[in-house]
Design a protein around this ligand. Structure first.
Ligand SMILES: *Cc1c(COP(=O)(O)O)cnc(C)c1O
Length: 429
């Protein structure tokens, strides 16, 4: 099929996530069709090259078509692609579980439950926490606590934990009880009869991604952990975005020396190559499901997928082979320096950075402050303009996101930043 034929079908039959489809179908511009990738570079149907500025929606870790990950997937494919994890096990899933537990040496996180994506990793944790109390003498603990502007995924259950109204759909709590609060202070002010009904607290540690890369105050995670310990309430960390080096350490919780009762991993788990997720938890939680007739009634068809687990093992191997974490501080410093060059820009209101994750908030004017109305989709226009300067990324409303694969080089970071600056100038004059 020619590219033109493919795009004719695209316009006729496809429906894209988080995409205003009227604009997409109306658009005189032809859709960008990505056909190849290598490292941080992606190539479109015409052979144009772009830097992958948001790591393919926050997933890619070591770059595209990495030889180690490609070879591991190909080798696994020769053996078998997928077998059921309901009643069977498989070698890559076993090896990966050990490798994941070993990333938390000597900690209480010793059990691995697989699923397919970030939303299901979160739901697994939430449902384990609630069922645990149900069958372990505290059936009244049926409520989950989350934070304003949180994002934990799009399935009904995960969305109900979210604190961004537009992403909650109907705004229902979809049948289970969620208390949503803005800050640590409001947690400390919760009435005792609410606290006594909490099964777990869930948070994106250090930084809220979909809220526009919003940073929590330093030390807040540690305080939250201490509060949870004092009240014997489970702490669920959503490291779907922050996991696997994004924040400068393997996991965000390491920055504050916190080990949660549950950690949800997805996006970067397979290096960003295949849909795979894991929920890690403790022996205490696991033991709470060992009573007569007890089962965790939850699971998906592709749980423990062999190809995905092989990719994840290879990704962890690349972390070692290429000393990825050891080489991050220099890259983080370069990113900080380059972001600094935008500070005085007339249309840059705020710059937020956490390791290799950056959010650049744009505005019409700084003083007096004039923000762009969300309906004008200025952030999206800037990202569209960035394409013609060789950069692919996607905003959160008026916050431009820069979150390259960890393999990004200093020259590539410089090119990304200059493309972004040119795009801001193109749109915000
Ligand atoms: C992306 C994301 C999710 C949802 O993951 P999916 O794989 O898209 O279901 C959950 N939490 C956070 C923090 C995320 O960034």
């Amino acid at each position: 099929m020619t590219h033109a034929e493919l795009l004719a079908i695209e316009r006729q039959h496809l429906w894209h996530p988080f995409t205003p489809m009227r604009d997409w179908c109306d658009d005189a511009r032809e859709p960008l069709m990505l056909v190849e990738g290598k490292g941080c570079v992606l190539r479109d149907q015409h052979g144009h090259e772009y830097l992958d500025g948001n790591a393919s929606i926050w997933t890619n870790v070591h770059g595209h078509a990495h030889p180690t990950i490609n070879a591991a997937i190909a080798a696994q494919l020769q053996r078998v692609a997928h077998t059921s994890f309901l009643g069977f096990t498989n070698p890559p899933a076993i090896q990966l579980a050990k490798a994941l537990v070993d990333l938390f040496p000597g900690s209480k996180l010793t059990r691995v439950f697989y699923s397919d994506n970030g939303s299901t990793a979160i739901e697994s944790a939430a449902r384990m926490a609630m069922q645990y109390w149900q069958q372990n003498s505290h059936p009244e603990r049926d409520t989950l606590l989350s934070f304003d502007r949180a994002y934990h995924g799009d399935t009904l259950g995960a969305a109900s934990l979210g604190g961004l109204p537009v992403l909650k759909g109907s705004g229902n709590d979809f049948g289970y009880k969620v208390v949503c609060i803005p800050s640590m202070e409001s947690l400390q002010a919760l009435p005792e009869d609410t606290v006594s009904r909490l099964a777990a607290v869930i948070i994106e540690p250090l930084i809220q991604g979909a809220a526009g890369m919003r940073l929590w105050p330093k030390g807040m995670l540690k305080q939250l952990d201490t509060w949870c310990r004092e009240h014997d309430i489970f702490l669920i960390l959503d490291e779907v975005m922050t996991g696997f080096g994004r924040t400068g350490k393997m996991f965000a919780c390491e920055h504050e020396g916190v080990v949660p009762d549950f950690i949800a991993l997805a996006k970067g788990l397979s290096g960003g190559y295949l849909p795979l997720a894991a929920t890690l938890t403790t022996e205490r939680v696991f033991n709470g499901f060992l009573g007569e007739g007890q089962t965790f009634y939850y699971g998906h068809s592709f749980t423990g997928n062999q190809l995905g687990c092989a990719a994840a093992l290879a990704s962890l191997q690349v972390f070692k082979d290429e000393q990825v974490l050891e080489r991050l501080p220099a890259k983080v410093a370069t990113l900080t320096r380059l972001l600094g060059s935008l500070h005085d820009h007339a249309h840059v209101l705020d710059i937020r950075q956490c390791g290799m994750v950056a959010g650049i908030e744009i505005c019409r004017a700084k003083s007096p402050l004039a923000e762009y109305p969300p309906a004008e989709r200025t952030g999206a226009q800037v990202c569209q303009a960035a394409r013609s300067h060789g950069l692919l990324t996607r905003p959160v409303v008026n916050t431009l996101i820069l979150m390259p694969p960890l393999c990004v080089t200093e020259p590539e970071l410089e090119r990304m930043m200059s493309a972004l600056r040119l795009a801001i100038d193109d749109i915000c004059h």
